[in-house]
Structures are given as structure tokens and as C-alpha cells.
Design a protein around this ligand. Structure first.
Ligand SMILES: Cc1cc2nc3c(=O)[nH]c(=O)nc-3n(C[C@H](O)[C@H](O)[C@H](O)COP(=O)(O)O)c2cc1C
Length: 279
């Protein structure tokens, strides 16, 4: 599977088949997670793979998803120290885990709301200044989706994505960018469009100016449910940066992230970062 095919294939899965990872998969995952610590804005992201089979009854009682995730055997837990753009970096790194799993035939589901944050934090003790933004089950998908899974997909409209005209713009927010006019970047943009986001809100807005792509966050009003340190939609933005960068690189399109301090908000879209195309 190419990375672009992996992005196209990924879906959230809330129903697992109760089987643990086999062979040396756990060791491989531990190596991968240990190497995945840096996002476009900095480092300090860390992950732990939790194997439920290895937990005692007291530890196991801390693992809760309010019945949303059925029959998981493993979870990826993550932490990051709070700082500007920490949530984007966390989103970027966690999404690399999700894509690594998808490419290896494993299922995942981002959980930033429906999990017992304090219980998981007991299993990955936080250092000074750290938060635990999200976790994901990791494992083999169950044969059929549970009722809860189908309910979540239906209520979030998970199979739908906003059209290009609402997400991508040419020069100014009044001019939509179409796949035909996006040239070689049509695929990286489509990979952003397919990305997962909290409640499928898709808060990314991208404006092309010359060869540069400016990323803006259009916040859903009233959506910062988890306090000032855990910002769901900044995590969504990190996921978008991950999809854009990895798919561009797979296509041989070079560039780098740059935060342009002089760039201002556009209406109520908050400026986050620019992909600067390089030869
Ligand atoms: C940051 C983030 C947080 C999420 N939190 C939850 C959650 O708490 N519970 C849940 O069931 N799904 C959660 N999701 C999954 C989204 O609902 C899902 O990605 C979206 O509906 C699109 O569906 P898809 O992933 O199958 O493409 C989250 C996704 C993201 C990116």
C-alpha cells in the first residue's frame, strides 16, 4: 500500500475481534512509537503501547471508553508538554501512528472525548506540564460494526466530507480552488479532505498563494470542550499537516512548514502555518 492509498483506506473502527497482536508486533510498535516524537513545530511528544493482557485487575479497571470501543486488546496512549502548537504536533504524530497501523492491516480510532482520561493517565504517568490529549485502540477489526459504532458513524456523518469549494481556496477565501486548478497538489489537498477530525467537523481551510499553501483553522463555535490545554481542533489541524506533508513527499513534491509571524487571521479563520514549496 502506498501512503496515499493508506490515507484513502483508513476508517475509524470501534469494534475489535478480541485478538492480541502476534509475534514481534509489540516490539516493532514499541520501536516505532519511541521514534515518533516530533511534529512540525517541535518535539516532546511521547507514546506508550498498552497491552490489556498484561494489566492487573486494578490497572485494567482504569481503562474505560464508556462502552464505545468493543473488545480491544491494545491502546496507544500519548502525552505532550503544553506549549504553543503542542496540539498540532500531537495530532501530527498520533496520525502517523494511525497510518502506520492502517498500512499494517490494523484498525484504530482516535479518542479524545469518549475515554476515561484520568484512568489512562494513571497508566502513563504525566510529567510536569504534560497533558494526555487522546488515545486509540489498536488491533484487528471485528467482523461487523457494533450498534454503538454505527450510531457514532451516523451521528458524526463519518462517511461524508465537505466539498473542495468549502475547504480550499485560490488567492482569497472568495475563490474556490478546484482539483483541476490545484495541479500536482490536488492529491495532497484531497488527502487533507479525507482526514479524520473530531466529530468530523473538518475545520481546515487552505489558501494557495503562488506556490505556498496557507493553513487556517475555522473553529466550530463552542467546541473547546476539554479546557484550554486540550484543543480538539488544533489536533485536527496536526492531522491535516501530517496528511498533506506525507502525501506531498510521496509524490516527490518538496517543501517545508513555516509559520509566518506577519500573517493575520482571515475573518474568523485563525492562521496556523504555511507549506512553502521548494524546488
Ligand atoms: C481529534 C479527534 C478526536 C476524536 N474523538 C473521538 C471520540 O472521542 N470518540 C469517538 O468515537 N470518535 C472520535 N473521533 C473519530 C471521529 O468521529 C472520526 O474520525 C470522524 O467521524 C470521521 O470518521 P472516519 O475516521 O471513519 O473517517 C475523533 C477523531 C479525531 C480526529
Amino acid at each position: 500500500m502506498t501512503l496515499i492509498e493508506t490515507i484513502q483506506a483508513r476508517r475509524s473502527c470501534r469494534t475489535y475481534d478480541g485478538r492480541s497482536l502476534e509475534g514481534d508486533a509489540v516490539a516493532q510498535w514499541n520501536r516505532f512509537l519511541a521514534s515518533n516524537t516530533e511534529g512540525p513545530f517541535g518535539g516532546g511528544v511521547r507514546f506508550r503501547l498498552l497491552a490489556l493482557d498484561e494489566l492487573g485487575p486494578e490497572e485494567l479497571s482504569q481503562v474505560g471508553t464508556y462502552g464505545v470501543i468493543k473488545d480491544p486488546r491494545h491502546f496507544i496512549i500519548g502525552a505532550v508538554a503544553t506549549r504553543p502548537q503542542a496540539m498540532e504536533d500531537f495530532g501530527y504524530c498520533m496520525e502517523k501512528n494511525i497510518l502506520q497501523a492502517t498500512a499494517g492491516g490494523l484498525a484504530t480510532c482516535w479518542l479524545a472525548g469518549t475515554f476515561r482520561r484520568s484512568g489512562f493517565a494513571r497508566l502513563m504517568p504525566l510529567r510536569e506540564g504534560e497533558v494526555l490529549p487522546a488515545v486509540s485502540p489498536l488491533g484487528h477489526a471485528g467482523e461487523s460494526r457494533s450498534l454503538t459504532d454505527r450510531f457514532f458513524r451516523f451521528s458524526a456523518g463519518s462517511d461524508k466530507r465537505k466539498p473542495w469549494a468549502e475547504l480550499f481556496f485560490d488567492g482569497t477565501p472568495d475563490t474556490p480552488l478546484s482539483p483541476a486548478t490545484a495541479g500536482p497538489f490536488a492529491t495532497p489537498l484531497e488527502c487533507v479532505r479525507l482526514a479524520p477530525s473530531a466529530s468530523n467537523k473538518q475545520p481546515w481551510r487552505i489558501v494557495r498563494v503562488g506556490e505556498d499553501y496557507h493553513f487556517y483553522l475555522s473553529r466550530t463555535p463552542g467546541y473547546e470542550k476539554f479546557g484550554k490545554d486540550i484543543q480538539l481542533q488544533n489536533m485536527d489541524m496536526g492531522i491535516a499537516l501530517c496528511h498533506f506533508e506525507l502525501s506531498a513527499k510521496e509524490l516527490g513534491l518538496n517543501g517545508a512548514w513555516r509559520r509566518d509571524a506577519s500573517r493575520r487571521a482571515m475573518g474568523d479563520w485563525e492562521y496556523i502555518v504555511t507549506w512553502v514549496t521548494t524546488p
